[in-house]
Design a protein around this ligand. Structure first.
Ligand code: PMT
Length: 416
């Protein structure tokens, strides 16, 4: 099971997918399949131009429902289809959205089934523009997008790259993974809306010489799942990551290597943060001296590396924190509860997520984790083995229930 599928945000949701007429219309078919795979009921409305690029039969086959094309007559589903569809809709998405459809949506023009339905819906609305680079850059298109954003539409920005028209630049339909992620965020609970969340992930690497380091087995999966979950739930997320994994959509990623870099990166952002979640496996020691040339085995009979302690990042943040919520992890191989309780108190944390990393299906590298949540005061809750994204959702549930989070203590107003 993939990480996304483990928390089925789209399960049972009614999504209207509008497909307008650009070359990226063919990608609409794969998008449709992904949404169906996540458990959504997808009703497709195609513009006339979209039908020049892909047939309604493709979408009908993928969704199990006729793809709708007309306001009246054959292909319409009846004269009130736009109202019926809109009434049951949980999400309205236009992907790809051409310059023409953006103009109509911004102007409130309703001259076909897609645009009349757009006016009739009362649910989250998203557009994923795709067009030629010069068309996308035109003031008219940009102003239409600004109008839509002002009215609450989510805009899934196109990507830069080689376009079907031969040009290179911004205008390519967003990666389908980003579009699905935006749908999930539109329909997930928004209890972290606008909270600023810092998540750390991966194993730090402490250099020994230019080609060697001391590290650990952390893959970054747990931290990345937490960042994804927080973003889906409305947070503004910065992921400070020592992992090689690609960052989840929507998240600002800051790559770091060492414990010192991770600390510096956190300190820089700490004032503006509401929640810090330390899922990273941070080195406790680093080589006291880093050789500036590769250490040659020929010159040595044996090698002794003297280590010095790194700074304890969580403890350092715990000393200066004001309103910020601090969540730590405890990676243990014995006495899980006692060791985790000690870390909770010693580092001044609001919550500790303890995992016994010797258990199969828990800890380093695996797609699942088995965690126990420990709170100040002695209360704790054991969770079963869960995919890491689901464990992340449960950890965020616990954070959202903390009194300090509920009081909504926030940092200063920030610009996006
Ligand atoms: O990345 P994955 O492969 O998905 O694996 C997930 C995980 C096993 C790394 C994760 O679930 C986990 O347990 N992360 C914490 C690992 C760890 O360093 O635990 P610890 O018990 O040594 O440290 C306790 C806490 O202090 C942690 O939140 C750690 O980030 C933090 N710490 C540790 C050392 C240090 N110098 N500064 C710190 O802030």
């Amino acid at each position: 099971m993939g990480q996304e599928e483990s928390v089925r945000v789209l399960e049972g949701k009614n999504i209207i997918l509008g497909v307008s007429g650009g070359i990226a219309a063919y990608k609409g078919a794969e998008l449709c399949r992904l949404l169906v795979q996540e458990g959504a009921t997808v009703r497709v409305i195609m513009t006339r131009a979209a039908r020049e690029f892909i047939t309604p039969l493709t979408f009908s086959t993928l969704t199990g429902h006729p793809a709708l094309t007309e306001t009246f007559g054959e292909g319409s589903g009846g004269p009130l289809t736009h109202i019926d569809l809109a009434r049951g809709a949980d999400l309205f998405l236009v992907a790809p959205a051409t310059a023409n459809i953006l103009g109509k949506l911004a102007a409130g023009i309703a001259d076909d089934l897609l645009t009349t339905t757009a006016l009739a819906v009362d649910c989250p609305t998203l557009v994923a523009p795709a067009m030629n680079v010069h068309m996308f850059a035109k003031a008219a298109v940009q102003e239409n997008l600004a109008t839509l954003k002002r009215r609450g539409w989510g805009v899934i920005e196109p990507e830069e790259g080689f376009l079907a028209c031969g040009a290179t630049g911004k205008g390519r339909l967003a990666a389908l993974e980003r579009i699905v992620a935006a749908c999930r965020r539109a329909l997930a609970p928004q209890d972290f809306r606008d909270r600023v969340v810092l998540v750390t992930a991966g194993g730090t690497r402490e250099p020994l010489d230019p080609v060697r380091y001391i590290g650990n087995y952390s893959s970054g999966k747990m931290g990345h799942a937490l960042a994804r979950a927080a973003w889906e739930r409305g947070a503004r997320v910065t992921l400070i990551t020592a992992s090689q994994l690609p960052p989840p959509p929507g998240v600002t990623a800051v790559p770091v290597r060492t414990a010192a870099e991770m600390l510096a990166s956190l300190k820089e952002r700490f004032n503006g943060a509401d929640v810090v979640i330390m899922a990273a496996a941070v080195a406790d020691f680093r080589p006291g001296r880093v050789a500036d040339r590769k250490i040659k085995k020929e010159t040595l009979k044996e090698l002794t590396i003297s280590l010095e302690p790194t700074e304890d990042i969580l403890a350092a943040l715990g000393r200066v924190r004001e309103r910020q919520l601090l969540v730590g992890f405890a990676a243990e191989t014995e006495d899980l509860l006692a060791n985790a309780r000690h870390k909770l108190a010693a580092k001044g944390l609001d919550l500790v997520v303890a995992n016994d990393v010797t258990r199969p299906g828990a800890g380093f590298g695996s797609d699942t984790n088995i965690v126990t949540l420990l709170y100040p005061g002695g209360r704790y809750e054991e969770l079963p083995r869960l995919p890491k994204l689901e464990a992340a959702y449960r950890i965020l549930d616990a954070v959202a229930a903390l009194p300090r989070f509920c009081r909504g203590e926030r940092g200063p107003e920030r610009e996006d």
